[in-house]
Design a protein around this ligand. Structure first.
Ligand code: B12
Length: 354
C-alpha cells in the first residue's frame, strides 16, 4: 500500500506539466475571452502544476491537510489581490475529471478524497493574539523604527521578562502576524523582508545575553532547515532556546542538502538533531534527510526531532517521516529533546519512509 501511494505520488509529480497542459484550455464556453491571453494561460497552468505537486506531496505522506492548507492559502492570497477564483476552480474541476477518466479506477480512488477535501475556500487566518508589548513592537517595525523596537525588547528584559517569553510572545507572534498581513495583501514583500531583517538584527544583539549563560547540561543540539527551506528564523529561535537551557548548540541555518546534514551529524555528533520545514513542499525533503541519516551507521542512532508549519498543521506527521519526536514551539522542543536524549534507541531501521 505504501509502495502504491509512493508510486502514485511519483506519477503525479512526473506528469504534472502534461496533466496541467491538458486540463487548462485556452477557450472555454464558461470562461470566455480572458482565457485566450497567452500569459494568463501560462499562469493558470502553473497553478494546476502547483496543485498537482502539492497533491503528490500529500499523497506521499497520506496527509490531506497539506493539500487543504495549500489550497486555503492560495485562495486567500488570490482573493486578497482581487484575482478571480472561478477560473482556477474551473481548471481544478477539469483536472479532477481528467484524472477520473484517464486513471484506473483503483488509482483514482486513492486521490479522489484528497481532491474532494480540498475544495477552494478563501478563509483567511485569524489575527495573532498580540500582547500590548508585542503590538508596540510590531507597530515600531511597521513604522520604520527598529531602534524603538530594540529598546522595547531591552527594557522588557531589564524589567525581568524571560528571554524565552520575548522569543515566543513577541518575535514568534509578530512574525506570524507579518505573514498573515502579507497573505491578505496588507503588507508588501519589501515590508515583510524589512520587518524580518530587523527582528533578526535585534535577536543577534541578544545573543551575548544567552550564549553560554545557563549551566551546561552536557548535551549537544544541531539545528538545520532541510533543502530548499529558506525560513531559518523559527529554527534559530529553537536553537537559541536550547542554548538558554544549557545545551551546546550548532545552528546551521537554511537550505541544507542531505549530504550537508550528514556531514554535520559526523562533525558535531549531536544528542539531538533538529530538522525544520516551513511549508508542505519541504516535507519530502525532511523524510529524505531522515532516511539518509538513519542509513548511515555513525549517525543512525542519533535522535531526530522535527518542527515547523506542516508539522504544526498535522501533529502526527512527524511519525510518518520517521522522526523520533516533534515540537510545536521552542519551549516544547526542549522538553521533547530532553526526554529523547535520556532514552536509549532501539536498533534503528534503515527504511525509506517516503
Ligand atoms: C519571514 C518569512 C519568510 C522569509 C524567511 C526569512 C528568514 N530569514 O527566515 C522569506 C522571505 C525567505 C520567505 C520566503 C517564502 N515564504 Co515565507 N514566511 C515568512 C513568515 C512571515 C515568518 C516566518 C517566521 O519567522 N515565523 C516565526 C517562527 C518563530 O515561527 P515558526 O517558523 O513556526 O517556528 C516555531 C515553530 O514552528 C517551531 N519550529 C520551527 N522549526 C522547527 C524545527 C524544529 C526541529 C523544532 C523542534 C521546532 C521548530 O519552533 C519555532 C519557534 O517556536 C511566515 C509566516 C509564518 N506564519 O510563519 C511566512 C510563510 C511561512 N511564508 C510563506 C510563503 C508562501 C513563502 C514563499 C513561497 C513566498 C514566495 N512566493 O516566494 C517563500 C518560500 C521560500 C522557501 N523556499 O522556503 C507562507 C507559507 C504558506 C503555506 N501555507 O505554505 C507563510 C506562512 C506566509 C503566509 N501566511 O502566507 N518567507
Amino acid at each position: 500500500m505504501k509502495r502504491n501511494r509512493q508510486q502514485l505520488a511519483d506519477d503525479l509529480t512526473r506528469m504534472q506539466h502534461e496533466l496541467a497542459r491538458t486540463a487548462v484550455v485556452s477557450q472555454d464556453a464558461t470562461t470566455g475571452d480572458l482565457l485566450q491571453t497567452p500569459g494568463r494561460l501560462q499562469a493558470r497552468r502553473e497553478d494546476v502544476t502547483a496543485h498537482l505537486r502539492h497533491l503528490a506531496q500529500a499523497v506521499a505522506v497520506e496527509e490531506p491537510r497539506l493539500l487543504q492548507e495549500y489550497v486555503r492559502w492560495t485562495a486567500s492570497q488570490k482573493a486578497a489581490r482581487s484575482q478571480p477564483l472561478d477560473v482556477w476552480r474551473h481548471d481544478l474541476d477539469r483536472l479532477t475529471t481528467l484524472l477520473a477518466n484517464a486513471w484506473a479506477e483503483d488509482r483514482f480512488a486513492v486521490i479522489k478524497p484528497y481532491l474532494e477535501q480540498s475544495a477552494i475556500d478563501a478563509r483567511t487566518p485569524e489575527p495573532e493574539a498580540l500582547s500590548k508589548l508585542a503590538r508596540q513592537y510590531l507597530d515600531a517595525l511597521l513604522t520604520g523604527q527598529p531602534d524603538t523596537a530594540a529598546a522595547l525588547i531591552h527594557r522588557a528584559l531589564d524589567d525581568g521578562m524571560a528571554m524565552i517569553d520575548i522569543y515566543l510572545d513577541i518575535f514568534q507572534r509578530t512574525q506570524r502576524e507579518i505573514g498573515r498581513l502579507w497573505e491578505i495583501n496588507r503588507l508588501s514583500v519589501a515590508e515583510e523582508h524589512y520587518c524580518t531583517a530587523a527582528t533578526q538584527s535585534i535577536m543577534a544583539a541578544l545573543y551575548p545575553r544567552l550564549i553560554n549563560q545557563a549551566p551546561r547540561v552536557g548535551r549537544t543540539f544541531v539545528a538545520a532547515c532541510v533543502e530548499s527551506d529558506l525560513h531559518e528564523l523559527g529554527l534559530r529561535m529553537v536553537a537559541d532556546c536550547f542554548e538558554l537551557a544549557g545545551w551546546t548548540t550548532h545552528y546551521l541555518g537554511a537550505n541544507l542538502s542531505h549530504d550537508q546534514l550528514l556531514e554535520a551529524a559526523h562533525t558535531y555528533t549531536p544528542d539531538v538533531f533538529g530538522l525544520g520545514a516551513s511549508m508542505s513542499s519541504h516535507v519530502q525533503a525532511v523524510a529524505g534527510a531522515i532516511t539518509r541519516l538513519r542509513c548511515d551507521p555513525p549517525a543512525s542512532r542519533m535522535k531526530i526531532i522535527v518542527g515547523g508549519n506542516p508539522f504544526n498543521l498535522a501533529p502526527d506527521l512527524w511519525q510518518k517521516v520517521g522522526a523520533d519526536g516533534y515540537a510545536s514551539d521552542a519551549r516544547q522542543a526542549i522538553a521533547v529533546a530532553e526526554q529523547l536524549a535520556s532514552t536509549s534507541t532501539p536498533e534503528p531501521a534503515c527504511e525509506v519512509k517516503i
